[in-house]
Ligand binder design. Structure first.
Ligand SMILES: *[C@@H]1O[C@H](CO)[C@@H](O)[C@H](O)[C@H]1NC(C)=O
Ligand SMILES: *[C@@H]1O[C@H](CO)[C@@H](O)[C@H](O)[C@H]1NC(C)=O
Ligand SMILES: *[C@@H]1O[C@H](CO)[C@@H](O)[C@H](O)[C@H]1NC(C)=O
Ligand SMILES: *[C@@H]1O[C@H](CO)[C@@H](O)[C@H](O)[C@H]1NC(C)=O
Ligand SMILES: *[C@@H]1O[C@H](CO)[C@@H](O)[C@H](O)[C@H]1NC(C)=O
Ligand SMILES: *[C@@H]1O[C@H](CO)[C@@H](O)[C@H](O)[C@H]1NC(C)=O
Length: 487
């Protein structure tokens, strides 16, 4: 005890004498974090709901972002419009200046490499506890595929070979490039130990705690790697403070926040402001509604933007054959456009394009889901009897869930905030749909050649109002006249 006290005193003295030797003392950290926070908050939310030239999909791992990428974004943007190095370990390459879509697990700091005023950001958030479960299960699922190899060395050397050209391995993508090799080593070590020991095995019946086969969940969540890249991962990613950040000062700020939890509020604040400024925020849990919102609030704008950029735009390699079906209606609208009513013409056809987009999405997602689930079942077979089912999850002890909650307190706050944003987005979409319905009715009444601009709609309502009032007056008078006649 005495020794411990003396050691502590010595450390305190050392920290005083050599402040640089203890880079993460509280005052220093507080200043660093506050400075970072104030330099991170330059809001440009004035036109936050309008799609800019480049769409950055900030893909938080295990939020279901893959379905948005394959079933929305890939249907909207041809490969030629995709920024290079998406999802690549080689990171973003800004040499392709005309690209329109960037989708990666990179954190917000990549914005410092993009023309900020020209990029719109979208993201999806998920209940943090489910996200932790999913990160655990997915890293094991991917690692378990390597159990076909007889030993770890041969698994590791195979990991980077045998890839089809142009296909990026999960092993190259942050954060899996850390999580999967770790799980792989653990799976092989445990399998080797089982072989050495031989039966009988006492696995127990809790898949989340089968020490003889996989890293138990309680070990996973307390491991330094998980602390580094899993917990509060959404907040750090939106704040631009993951350990994959482009900004060197981010690493110091992150260590400070992890050391002194009271500093977390500054990070949370930055993350919230960033969400405020985003073009769209989806929620994994409200999947259907999130998808509808995405189609209407983002998809519709992407379509108008691409349609607008077709004629005579040499820099954009629009792949005609690939997207013909999706845009045929929209393009029909513009090609018949004479005069200056493009906005309304596009809005009309945009509505049809959004319907097509949603239809394509529904088709795509069911295929994607079924192939994902087949892959998962196949892979988990090799770690049987461990199996991550909904039923197994119900038996995870309450104390463990509480611990995950504590380790992810920033993400839990951020998720609550995202739910509020989601509500506002819903109102925005309803308003937008209402507006376009009114516009369509107006167009139907006045034929295709005359299309009113948005500014004329109030006049239209005024006109309808006066007309209705006059009609009622006329009707009441007429009725009065007839009733008088009866008397
Ligand atoms: C691992 O497996 C490969 C091929 O299955 C074999 O050639 C190699 O000798 C093995 N290595 C060890 C350390 O057992
Ligand atoms: C495992 O077995 C115990 C006792 O046999 C039971 O109470 C528990 O609910 C089981 N857990 C699971 C995940 O089936
Ligand atoms: C990020 O985290 C992983 C896992 O803990 C670690 O191996 C890696 O060195 C970290 N990278 C940086 C830049 O801190
Ligand atoms: C356009 O898409 C089609 C069908 O996907 C493909 O065969 C063709 O190579 C693409 N062309 C260009 C220029 O990308
Ligand atoms: C349409 O309006 C824009 C300005 O909003 C103007 O620059 C353009 O010349 C107009 N085009 C036609 C065909 O009237
Ligand atoms: C794991 O659970 C899934 C879903 O309940 C089931 O389809 C699958 O067969 C199970 N796998 C094993 C190896 O028991």
């Amino acid at each position: 005890m005495d020794n411990v006290l003396r050691l502590a005193l010595l450390l305190v003295l050392l920290a005083k004498v050599y402040p640089s030797s203890c880079a993460y003392d509280f005052e220093h950290c507080k200043n660093a974090v506050k400075q970072w926070a104030s330099s991170s908050l330059h809001s440009n939310s004035k036109d936050g709901h309008i799609l800019k030239d480049l769409l950055f999909f900030l893909h938080v791992p295990r939020t279901g972002g893959q379905t948005y990428f394959y079933c929305f974004l890939k249907k909207l943007y041809s490969s030629a419009l995709e920024c290079p190095r998406s999802y690549d370990n080689l990171r973003f390459d800004p040499r392709k200046p005309n690209c329109r879509l960037l989708a990666t697990h990179d954190d917000y700091s990549i914005m410092s490499k993009l023309p900020r005023e020209k990029a719109s950001v979208v993201t999806i958030l998920r209940n943090p506890i489910d996200r932790v479960f999913s990160a655990y299960e997915f890293s094991i699922e991917v690692a378990a595929r390597f159990l076909v190899h007889s030993n770890l060395t041969s698994a590791q050397t195979s990991g980077h070979l045998h890839l089809k050209k142009g296909v990026i391995s999960t092993l190259e993508i942050w954060p899996w490039k850390y999580l999967v090799p770790w799980m792989m080593e653990e799976l092989f070590a445990r399998r080797d130990a089982r072989k050495r020991k031989g039966p009988p095995y006492a696995y127990g019946n809790d898949s989340y705690n089968m020490e003889e086969i996989v890293v138990p969940l309680h070990e996973f969540i307390n491991d330094p790697v998980a602390l580094d890249i899993v917990h509060n991962g959404a907040t750090f990613q939106v704040a631009g403070l993951t350990n994959n950040s482009y900004i060197w000062e981010a690493h110091e700020v992150r260590h400070c926040v992890m050391t002194y939890q009271t500093l977390g509020k500054y990070v949370l604040d930055v993350a919230k402001r960033r969400l405020d400024d985003m073009l769209y925020v989806g929620l994994t849990e409200d999947h259907r509604e999130s998808a509808t919102m995405f189609a209407n609030l983002v998809g519709a704008q992407v379509i108008s933007q691409l349609v607008a950029s077709i004629p005579g735009t040499e820099t954009i390699n629009y792949n005609k054959s690939e997207q013909d079906s999706l845009f045929s209606k929209a393009r029909f609208g513009t090609s018949h456009d004479q005069g200056n009513n493009t906005l309304a013409v596009e809005a009309q056809s945009e509505h049809m394009a959004v319907e097509k987009l949603t239809e394509a999405y529904e088709n795509c997602i069911s295929k994607l889901r079924s192939s994902q689930s087949k892959r998962r079942i196949n892979s988990l077979r090799s770690i049987a009897p461990a199996n991550f089912t909904k039923e197994a999850r119900r038996h995870v002890p309450e104390a463990l869930l509480k611990q995950i909650t504590l380790l992810n307190s920033l993400d839990i706050e951020l998720y609550k905030y995202a739910q509020e944003i989601f509500k506002r987005q819903r109102q925005l979409m309803e308003q937008k749909l209402l507006n376009s319905a009114t516009r369509e009715r107006w167009q139907m009444m006045h034929g295709k050649n005359y299309i009113g601009s948005a500014r004329e709609i109030p006049c239209f309502f005024m006109f309808m109002f006066i007309f209705t009032v006059l009609f009622i007056c006329y009707y009441v008078n007429a009725k009065r006249r007839t009733s008088k006649l009866k008397i």
